[in-house]
Ligand binder design. Sequence first.
Ligand SMILES: [Zn+2]
Length: 533
Amino acid sequence: MLKDKITALYCRLSQDDGLEESNSITNQKNIILKYSQDNGFPNPQFYVDDGVSGTTFERDGFKAMMSDIEAGKVGIVITKDLSRLGRDYLKTGEYIEIIFPDYDVRYIAVNDGVDTFKSENDMMVFRNVFNDFYAKDTSKKVKAVFKAKGQSGKPLGKPPYGYRKSETDKNAWEIDEKPAEIVRRIFNMYIGGVSVKSIALTLSNEKIPSPSAYLTGGENTAWNRTSVKGILQRIEYVGHTANFKTRRKSYKNKKKVYAPRSEWLIFENTHPAIVSQHDFDLVQEIMSRNPKAQKCKEINPFSGIVYCADCGKKLHVNRGKSIDKSREYMKCATYTTSKGCSAHFIRTAVLREILLNEINKLLENVRLNEDEFVRAAMENSVSNHNDELKKAKKTLAKSEKRITELDKIISKLYEDNVLGKISDERFATLSKGYENEQEQLKQTVAELTMFVETKEQKSADTSQFLKIVKKYEHIEEITPEIIRELVEKIVVYAPDKSSGHRQQQIDIYYRFNIAVSTAIADNKNYGKKGKAA
Ligand SMILES: [Zn+2]
């Protein structure tokens, strides 16, 4: 019986509603209570959400009302207007059209003239659409305010592990020496070939408090891969502030997603660095080389940088069951999976020795003819990919311009639609097309930005390379660190037996397109140490 049931009077207020007095909770309560009394509805009961946006239905007051509805206690739901119930067209529609009727609940929006027991609800679809647009619009405005703050270069987030807020200026970060030392150690270990997993294990074993424990003064000393990897990827450690790394999926979905790098706003040298730019870049490069290897205990320094000269695929490291490192070898991935190429078999011990020779030759060359070397290296890296770079930059500029244009077109359309110049249907079709185009362009921009950044960095770094080279006088042994600092990739050719013994060409590409050196592995020289070179 209706007279035993609750008449649910639902009120909601949030910041997106502005400061209009007509929307205040008191005002809403007055209006709907009077309406229910005038109509003689029984057992009025208020459900209130103060400060919760209409784009979500995760509201405490709303949920309390829903559980009473589901328990069959409610006969009527009344709100001041439709947007009090919700600002999401689909979801609001679902409640009004499906869920409420399911529980025999009558819904009334006083000011919008909606009453589900009187069948004519022609206005409703329009109102719902409008409320949905309103939420989209407000979300844009809120974003703009946040954006202005971020664009000023002030950090939007909390300082990461290794930094703390300065006591004199809360927008400034200073180095927190104890954790900063751990950050430096993590970078050094990784560059030295220790995997993310082993770093996490080492720190855990040493009972070093985890970043979150350090922050809260907790006891937890369990480091995991995610936190180590997170540290290795934070550009903040170089002294830069990066804003807008994450964004909300949309005004409907509050979930955070990572924004593409092209949308980050980076402010350089905003605070003291813990890690050098060089070390940071090196770490990013190693990570992009072998993303899968992060889980292993030790990263083989050759994995991810040795390629097959014939099919272009990587050579994979194999050790078989032997623990003997001199037995470790590499072979073409294509050969391993489909026999579509030849093995290009080479022992890593041989690679090591060749690399040692070649790098020492390079070091001597630099020492004896530095000017000559620099000139050659510059020419090499500038001429390389220069055309490609130009083309990419042109496309990038064009795409960015079009994205801005589309923004204008879309907001003009929206205006025309609200003013009634174009129909809802036409608006939906047109805006969808433009939004799709924009989405695609944004992806292109993200990819091109990455490409241009990498290329530019590579050609600008001749002096950086020289600095690294000068660090080593003569090397006695190849370490993972040396490989990572100097070598971009190694290309291995198929063996040639025409001379009567096995000869194999190996090209070493140094980083930043500085130089390429070619060597021949001859089993006359290397054969004694294993069964094959
Ligand atoms: Zn191959």
